[in-house]
Design a protein around this ligand. Structure first.
Ligand SMILES: Nc1nc2c(ncn2[C@@H]2O[C@H](COP(=O)(O)OP(=O)(O)OP(=O)(O)O)[C@@H](O)[C@H]2O)c(=O)[nH]1
Length: 389
């Protein structure tokens, strides 16, 4: 297909893409400063559109600057920008990046472009090399997200964009093989316009997808911090009470609650120090969580006291789980563990089921019952499970 008049003048599209890229880079740069360090990849995502901007300026100068700059260097810089986006994703997803292979490929590409741009100019061959390399990198990049996409919109958008970009580059490759390469970068054929416009939108939308993903991750991290006890990782008091509230205010008499208290914990602190006490608390939580499995949630009520919500369990099952939990916590510490000097620990547990409370089985009711049962367990000599009267 020959050149046809196009509403999208390639040079303007290229310039516009560059300017949009700079704006997006600034947005990510300022965002990065206020986001936690744990969100990685933002630095690469901020640099990528800036590097792309340099390449767009060089592309736009085609015909004005020497071909070496506007062909070889421009493409090299653009590919480095694509590699930077990819590095950003690697860091965001895995906390580290390795793009050496792609940089080597970019150097090979530069040699090919030098040959077919300067020594033996051939637009078709250049296009073949560039579209193949771009398509491969974007497919690889999309693949990273295909393995990690959940329901997060930003990740889906990112995957879709990367795949679309990879497909358009592949389509351009096929068009060259089919003899539809056209005559040059600035030619206004529909396929060339699609190729260049796609690139412009990609710069803009990739950054938007990156911002959405980073924001979602900040949200998830803050939510985690707001609901967790920092020492043990169990739910904090507010979060576990919220969960209990939801389970017992519906007026249903289903579900059970355990109040768990480590026995003579003060002695552990006094004899072995506060740090050892902390380690024992963490281990106790780990063992309790294992014993509860997916039957319920564990929250730290305060100090060495815990609440276990078993939303689907009746009294019998709650007693069974409580017994399992007591046994798990009471297992002696292995000889090679740093806690071996402590020997072992024990817990007292009070059990209250929604069905055993009077009236509407409100959370306060059930908590009071479990607490009274725990009190009795302590009074009867500790290291036991007592059901609410
Ligand atoms: N190491 C450590 N100790 C804690 C933490 N929170 C509370 N404690 C300690 O837990 C101990 C609780 O002591 P008590 O309430 O007397 O309970 P206990 O020694 O377990 O005795 P009983 O419950 O009656 O069996 C206190 O010494 C608190 O300082 C914590 O986060 N880390």
């Amino acid at each position: 297909m020959g050149a046809s008049p196009s509403i999208l003048d390639p040079r303007s599209v290229i310039l516009l893409a560059g300017v949009m890229g700079v704006v997006m880079a600034l947005v990510v740069f300022f965002m990065q400063r206020s986001y936690p360090r744990s969100i990685q990849g933002l630095a690469e995502w901020a640099r990528a559109p800036l590097v792309a901007f340099v390449s767009t300026m060089l592309f736009a100068a085609r015909g004005y600057f020497p071909d070496f700059l506007t062909i070889v260097v421009a493409n090299f810089v653009l590919y480095q920008a694509c590699i930077l986006y990819y590095a950003g994703s690697q860091k965001f997803l895995f906390g580290r990046s390795d793009t050496r292979g792609w940089t080597v490929l970019n150097c090979v590409l530069a040699v090919a472009l030098f040959w077919f741009g300067i020594v033996k100019p051939d637009f078709e061959m250049r296009l073949l090399f560039v579209t193949l390399a771009v398509s491969a990198l974007f497919f690889r990049h999309a693949q990273l997200y295909m393995r990690h996409t959940g329901r997060v919109f930003g990740k889906r958008l990112m995957t879709g964009l990367l795949l679309a970009q990879a497909l358009v580059a592949a389509l351009r490759f096929v068009s060259v093989v089919a003899g539809m390469a056209g005559s040059g970068l600035m030619e206004g054929s529909w396929i060339q316009s699609l190729y260049i416009s796609m690139y412009s939108f990609t710069v803009l939308l990739l950054t938007i997808a990156a911002i959405l993903m980073a924001t979602d991750r900040v949200h998830t991290e803050f939510e985690y911090l707001a609901t967790r006890d920092p020492l043990t990782g169990a739910l904090n008091r507010r979060a576990v009470l919220d969960a209990c509230e939801g389970a017992f205010t519906s007026g249903e008499r289903r579900g059970a609650l355990l109040m768990v208290d480590l026995d003579h914990f003060k002695d552990i602190n006094d004899r072995f120090g506060h740090q050892m006490g902390d380690a024992v608390l963490r281990e106790a939580v780990h063992r309790m969580q294992r014993a509860i499995g997916d039957k319920g949630v564990l929250g730290r009520y305060g100090g060495e006291e815990f609440v276990v919500l078993l939303p689907e369990s009746g009294k019998a099952e709650a007693m069974e789980i409580a017994a399992r939990l007591r046994q798990a916590v009471g297992e002696p510490f292995p000889a090679d563990s740093s806690m071996a000097v402590v020997g072992s620990m024990a817990v007292s547990i009070g059990v209250a089921a929604g069905e055993s409370s009077s009236g509407g089985a409100g959370i306060d009711d059930v908590l009071a019952l479990a607490d009274a049962a725990l009190y009795r367990a302590k009074a009867m000599g500790r290291d036991r499970v007592i059901a609410a009267a």
